[in-house]
Design a protein around this ligand. Structure first.
Ligand SMILES: [Zn+2]
Length: 244
């Protein structure tokens, strides 16, 4: 797997990329592995090229909630601020990543404007996703939160099958397992997902997108697919009128 499969590394100017190559180590990450703990100042950062990592917040009573998930468009670490981590980075999907000492990343940030701008952009997008996650928890049903989570996961997977149990989903969403089972059952009856032991298959992502709440789309600054479909229809009707 080439480092360029990670979008952050792919944006580096070739001179910087060449200089960094000898410092990057390809590592295999295992589901459940903790890369960075809450409050820890990371000494390494990770550029996933197949692995998917959850940003987890843990409450004093042991309850957890997932803030966001990081895949091949991201880096895992504290990219823009030299502060202790506000999340625990736990591997959600096993796979490969490139590891880089934090000192190299900080040096890169200081000397490479392209990387600095990219880091700022990605930090802004990350904050946008976390803000929408907070909105989703407050205003949307468990079913909608699960749909948003599955779409985010599909963005980061090379597959349409998500390896996850109902208990894990309850922990990630921050709700009871029974509520997750009920919501997934509803999605399965609508033909939007297929459930197997320990996994969920999404046969038609576009159908899932159509019933999603706005939170995923707002974070990306994109109109909801149902609005885009209406806009496309209007555009098509205008074209017909113009051609008459
Ligand atoms: Zn939502």
């Amino acid at each position: 797997m080439h480092p360029n499969n990670n979008a952050v590394l792919a944006t580096l100017p070739s001179s910087e990329y060449q200089g960094l190559q000898s410092k990057l180590t390809l590592v295999s990450l295992t589901r459940g592995q903790t890369l960075i703990d809450m409050g820890e100042s990371p000494t390494q950062v990770y550029f996933p090229v197949g692995a998917i990592v959850s940003m987890i917040n843990e409450l004093p009573d042991g309850q957890t909630i997932e803030l966001h998930m990081l895949g091949r468009t991201c880096l895992v670490g504290v990219a823009a601020l030299d502060v202790p981590s506000f999340y625990r980075a736990t591997v959600r999907v096993s796979g490969l990543a490139y590891r880089l000492p934090m000192s190299e990343l900080l040096s890169l940030r200081e000397r490479c404007p392209t990387y600095f701008i990219e880091a700022q952009k990605r930090t802004g997008l990350l904050m946008s996703h976390i803000a929408q996650r907070a909105t989703c928890i407050s205003y949307h049903k468990v079913e909608q939160q699960l749909v948003r989570w599955m779409i985010l996961m599909l963005d980061r997977l090379f597959d349409d099958v998500i390896q996850v149990t109902h208990s894990e989903l309850a922990s990630l969403i921050g709700t009871r397992r029974e509520a997750v089972t009920m919501a997934l059952g509803s999605l399965a009856r609508q033909g939007l997902i297929e459930m197997n032991r320990g996994s969920i298959r999404v046969p038609n992502r576009a159908a899932l997108e159509m019933i999603s709440c706005d939170c995923y789309w707002n974070a990306l600054g994109i109109a909801h697919p149902s609005l885009r479909a209406a806009s496309d229809r209007n555009h098509a009707q205008l074209k017909v009128l113009e051609s008459v």
